[in-house]
Design a protein around this ligand. Structure first.
Ligand code: ATP
Ligand code: MG
Length: 253
């Protein structure tokens, strides 16, 4: 088989040309990075878990009518997606103060916010993905006012669904980041939820114990990241099938 063309290699994923025009294959690596890639490690099994978990979240969101780039999972580490023009923003929704927000405003981490807050940072690694106001986004033409209105309402719907699903398995959705892209259907632009939704891009705290079950485990050296992600996958009933697979015994009469 001819080698697939690599389109892009990022910190956590690789994009390959897909089997049909307008499609890509998204490969989930085991690489973990934090603090704008100053801290790095290879964490065995992370890619497999994130592929599964992102499939789970994107499929569920698709079922409540949120358009996503996800087409289908291909194997343990790869999924087929629709190619989009990524809007160069990280769209962050926060329910509880944590991370950069807690630091910036001097709010104690864990403080419930008065309502979900949506914020944007400009995707530019060299600049450290700076926080930007909507005014900049529109002025610089990264997205239109209509796009921004649609993005905020999409982000809040994602937040409501994700919060409910996680609450159901005893996990608090503290905050998360999404990316959105544009596709063209007969000259009409449409926005799709893209990239990934996984414990790499969310903050997830156990409701009972406050235990962190997300990438902060890696950022802050709190233990084994694969164990934390496996716990999330287990609770959601999304365990990777053949990781613990053993052939079934055959009954002989
Ligand atoms: N459906 C899609 N079509 C095109 N590009 C996509 C799609 N979904 C995600 N992407 C892009 O693919 C890349 C995924 O790789 P990864 O997440 O490893 O990147 P990264 O290291 O975080 O870098 P960055 O996001 O800053 O480019 C990201 O650039 C993301 O914006
Ligand atoms: Mg990324």
């Amino acid at each position: 088989m001819a080698r697939r063309k690599k389109i892009y290699e990022g910190k956590a994923k690789i994009l390959y040309e897909g089997p049909e025009p307008g499609t890509l294959v998204q490969y989930f690596k085991d690489d973990a990075t934090a603090f704008n890639a100053e801290k790095r490690a290879v964490i065995e099994g992370k890619g497999v878990l994130n592929n599964r978990l992102s499939e789970f979240f994107m499929t569920g969101l698709g079922q409540i009518g949120i358009p996503t780039h996800f087409i289908r999972r291909l194997n343990m580490r790869e999924q087929l997606i629709r190619q989009v023009e990524i809007i160069p923003l990280e769209i962050i929704v926060r329910n509880v103060a944590a991370g950069s927000m807690a630091k910036r405003l001097g709010i104690e981490e864990g403080t419930q916010l008065p309502r979900p807050i949506v914020e944007f940072s400009y995707k530019d690694d060299a600049l450290g993905d700076p926080l930007v106001p909507e005014e900049y986004i529109i002025a610089f033409g990264w997205a239109s006012q209509q796009d921004m209105d649609d993005i905020v309402s999409l982000a809040l719907r994602v937040n409501d669904w994700m919060s409910g699903v996680m609450y159901g398995v005893g996990i608090k959705l503290v905050d998360f980041k999404i990316e959105v892209g544009r596709v063209w259907d007969n000259e009409f632009p449409r926005l799709l939820l893209a990239d990934e939704i996984s414990p790499d891009s969310c903050r997830l705290w156990d409701i009972e114990t406050g235990q962190k079950l997300d990438k902060d485990v890696f950022r802050r050296d709190l233990g084994n990241l694969t164990d934390a992600y496996t716990e999330v996958a287990k609770r959601l009933g999304v365990m990777p099938s053949n990781v613990t697979h053993r052939p079934k015994p055959t009954l002989i009469n």
